[in-house]
Design a protein around this ligand. Structure first.
Ligand code: 4AD
Length: 429
C-alpha cells in the first residue's frame, strides 16, 4: 500500500499502485467517473471507465459520496489537467464504508465548523495546519535537546497560583481544593537544582473570561528554565529557538503554508535579528504606532495588535514597571521600580507569544514580594525553599504554542490554530 505523496513522483509513471483513503471529490458522467482520493499525505485524481470496470462496478463507483473510505488499484500517468499533475487509472477498487452525505463543507458558519471540528480536521486546510503544528512542536524539542536540556514532567493539578488568582480553574480534590496549572514555571525552577537546564511542553489552563482572538482556556505551553542565566541570555536563547522553529517550518511545510495562503516572504523576515525595546521607549513611541499609551498602561490584545502591525519581525519588550507583572520577577538593581523581564511580541499584528525573564533568587526579596501580593507564604514554602538552599541566579520563559502556530500560519483567531479549542463557551467536541 502506498501513500499518495510517494505515488506522485516522476518514477511512478506507468506503474501499478494500491492506495487507501477517502473520497475528497467525485464527478461522474455516463461513461467516466473521476474520484479524487485523499490520504494523510495528499490528493490524487483517479479515473474509472465504464468499458473497463463493467456496469456493476462502474455504478458502484459513481454512486460514492464524499468521505467514503476505499482502496484503489491502478496505474499512474502524468496528466497536466489533473489536480496534482498525475492521474490514476482505476483497474480495481474496494469500499470500506459508503457514507450518507457529509455534513461539513467549505461554506459553513464559524460556530458550525467548531461544532463539527472532529470532522473538519479532515479538510486539506486542517491537514496542513496539523502538519505545521507537528513541525513546530518537534522543532521546539529538537532545539532544546540539541542544546543539552532535559525534558521534565511537572504536575498539572497544583495547590498554588503562578499567574494570579483571577484565572485559576478550581477542581475538587478529595475534600481540598486543587487548581489546574497556569504554568509549570515554579516546578521547572525546582528541577534546575538537579538538572540545570530544563524544558517542558504541557497544557496550561486559564479561566479567561475575556473573549479575544488570542485567549483560550486550555493551551499548550512550552516552558524553559535556565540555571545561571540572566534576562539578556534568556532572550538570546529564545531568539535562536524561534529562528530554529521558523526554519524547520519553512523547510518541511512550504506546501502546507501555501495551502493556507501564508505569505512566505513575510515569515522569512523573522529569521533576521529581533527588535528590542524597553517598555518606557515603547510608551514614548506609542502614538507614532497609532496607539497612544501612557506610562503604567498594560498592553492587551488590541494594543499589541495595533503596535505590532508596525513591525515586520518580533520585538522583545523589556523592563516593565513592577506593578504590571507577577511577584516572582527580579527587580532591576540598576533601575528601581523596573523588572528584568521580557515579552516577545510577534509581528504582523500578533503580539505576545512569550513571557519570560529573571527570577528573584534572594529569599528575603521573594518573601517580601509574596507578602506584598497578598499571597500566603505557607502555600509557597517549597518555592521559597529554593532560595534557602544553594540559591542561584536563573531565568526562564513560557511560549504559547497555539499563539506561535497562529502567527506562523497567519490565522485570524487562535481557535483556528488548534484542533479542539476550549473557551468560556466551548467544551465540545
Ligand atoms: O505571560 P504568561 O502568563 O507567563 C507565564 O505563565 C510564565 N509563568 C511563563 C514562564 O516564564 N515559564 O504566559 C506565557 C505565554 C504567553 O506569552 C502566551 O503566549 C501564552 O503563554 N498564553 C496564552 N495562550 C493562549 N490563551 C491564553 N489564555 C494564554 N495565556 C497565556
Amino acid at each position: 500500500m502506498q501513500e499518495i505523496s510517494t505515488v506522485l513522483t516522476p518514477d511512478i509513471e506507468g506503474k501499478v499502485v494500491e492506495i487507501r483513503g477517502w473520497v475528497y471529490r467525485i464527478r461522474t458522467g455516463s461513461k467516466i467517473c473521476f474520484v479524487i482520493l485523499r490520504d494523510a499525505s495528499n490528493i490524487i485524481q483517479c479515473v474509472g471507465k465504464l468499458d473497463e470496470l463493467g456496469k456493476e462496478k462502474f455504478d458502484m463507483l459513481s454512486s460514492l459520496t464524499i468521505e467514503s473510505s476505499m482502496e484503489i488499484t491502478g496505474s499512474v500517468n502524468r496528466d497536466e489537467r489533473a489536480v496534482t499533475g498525475y492521474e490514476l487509472k482505476i483497474s480495481a477498487f474496494s469500499i470500506y464504508q459508503r457514507n450518507d452525505s457529509f455534513p461539513v463543507s467549505k461554506d459553513i458558519s464559524e460556530e458550525f465548523e467548531l461544532d463539527q471540528r472532529h470532522l473538519w480536521l479532515r479538510s486539506r486546510e486542517f491537514n496542513a495546519k496539523l502538519k505545521i503544528r507537528a513541525t513546530i512542536f518537534h522543532a521546539f524539542r529538537e532545539f532544546f535537546d540539541h542544546e543539552g536540556y532535559y525534558e521534565v514532567q511537572p504536575p498539572l493539578m497544583v495547590s498554588t497560583a503562578t499567574e494570579g488568582g483571577s484565572t485559576l480553574f478550581k477542581v475538587p480534590f478529595f475534600g481540598e481544593e486543587a487548581f489546574l496549572s497556569q504554568s509549570s514555571q515554579f516546578y521547572l525552577e525546582t528541577f534546575i537544582f538537579s538538572l540545570e537546564n530544563v524544558y517542558t511542553i504541557s497544557p496550561s489552563f486559564r479561566a479567561e473570561k475575556s473573549r479575544t482572538w488570542r485567549h483560550v482556556t486550555e493551551y499548550w505551553h512550552a516552558e524553559g528554565e535556565v540555571a545561571w542565566a540572566g534576562n539578556e541570555k534568556m532572550m538570546e536563547i529564545e531568539e535562536k529557538m524561534i529562528h530554529h522553529i521558523i526554519r524547520a517550518v519553512l523547510k518541511k511545510n512550504k506546501e502546507e503554508l501555501t495551502t493556507l495562503g501564508r505569505n512566505i516572504a513575510a515569515l522569512e523576515e523573522s529569521l533576521k535579528p529581533f527588535h528590542r525595546m524597553k517598555y518606557s521607549e515603547l510608551i514614548e513611541k506609542s502614538a507614532s504606532y497609532g496607539m497612544p499609551l501612557k506610562y503604567g498602561d498594560d498592553l492587551g490584545a488590541d494594543e499589541e495588535r495595533q503596535i505590532m502591525s508596525n513591525f515586520d519581525r518580533p520585538l522583545f519588550l523589556t523592563h516593565f514597571p513592577e506593578e504590571l507583572k507577577t511577584f516572582y520577577h527580579r527587580p532591576d538593581p540598576d533601575n528601581p521600580g523596573l523588572i528584568l523581564c521580557h515579552d516577545l511580541l510577534a509581528p504582523e499584528g500578533y503580539g505576545e507569544i512569550i513571557g519570560g525573564g529573571e527570577r528573584i533568587w534572594n529569599y528575603g526579596e521573594l518573601e517580601g514580594r509574596i507578602e506584598k501580593s497578598g499571597l500566603k507564604k505557607e502555600d509557597y514554602y517549597w518555592y521559597l525553599d529554593l532560595r534557602k538552599y544553594g540559591s542561584i541566579p536563573h531565568s526562564g520563559f513560557g511560549l504559547g504554542m497555539d499563539r506561535l502556530a497562529m502567527w506562523i500560519m497567519h490565522l485570524g483567531n487562535i481557535k483556528d490554530a488548534m484542533p479542539y479549542p476550549r473557551t468560556i463557551r466551548r467544551l465540545k467536541p
